[in-house]
Design a protein around this ligand. Structure first.
Ligand SMILES: N[C@@H](CCC(=O)N[C@@H](CS)C(=O)NCC(=O)O)C(=O)O
Length: 205
């Protein structure tokens, strides 16, 4: 039986969380690296909304939300604590402020970049509070919430790394560093060239 097919984009935080989850499961997929301005026809046929990641299962089922790919691949031991609420805040308010901080001139009628940055920091303070009592967002082991949120905190940090590094959020910085330095994250960030129809399949992991 053939492997599931994952349409993915290396730098997309939603695709990163899906790839990390697949790495943590025993599932091998065929990875197809997408360039967003040149999306493959087959991907658009199976998922016309056109976002990555998209996972196509051998039985034809299409999973086109990163969280659903995580839930499909991870076993129940990963579903720890209030991960749903954390993902709601991340994919909602945090992502809203992150985009308007990072790409402020793409939006009309918004606050300044610095004001959006401050709103995002107020959410990061909530994570800092948790991480001052435990190693990960929902306890002392890594779980779904860490995989789901860390790619977005990374994107926020990388927008202005020097500024981020001087924030008084030592536990958060340490948590992020630990994840970015992990084998898991490094394996999820391996580079692949853009997939073209007819290419030899690339197995992931
Ligand atoms: N809710 C989706 C969001 C995915 C998403 O927005 N991915 C971005 C790349 S980081 C994308 O594909 N953007 C293309 C577009 O919106 O046209 C998920 O969780 O999978």
């Amino acid at each position: 039986m053939s492997n599931p097919i994952l349409y993915s984009f290396r730098r997309c935080p939603y695709a990163m969380r899906a790839r990390m989850s697949l790495l943590e499961s025993d599932v091998e997929v065929e990875l197809r690296e997408v360039i967003l301005r040149d999306r493959p026809e087959h991907m658009m046929e199976i998922s016309p909304k056109g976002t990555v990641p998209v996972l196509l299962l051998p039985d034809g089922t299409v999973i086109e939300e990163s969280l659903d790919i995580m839930l499909w691949s991870l076993d129940e031991s990963w579903l720890v604590g209030d991960w749903k609420d954390l993902i709601d805040v991340n994919d909602g308010d945090f992502k809203h402020h992150l985009d308007r901080y990072k790409y402020n001139n793409r939006y009309e009628n918004v606050l300044s970049s610095e004001e959006h940055r401050e709103h995002a920091v107020s959410i990061l303070k909530m994570y800092e509070e948790r991480l001052s009592n435990q190693a990960y967002l929902c306890g002392d082991s890594i779980s779904l919430a860490d995989l789901a949120l860390s790619p977005f905190v990374r994107q926020f940090a990388n927008t202005n790394r020097a500024w981020f590094d001087q924030l008084p959020l030592p536990h958060l910085l340490n948590w992020l560093e630990g994840i970015l330095e992990s084998h898991l994250f490094k394996a999820c960030m391996v580079k692949h060239k853009q997939w073209q129809n007819g290419d030899e399949p690339i197995s992931f992991p």
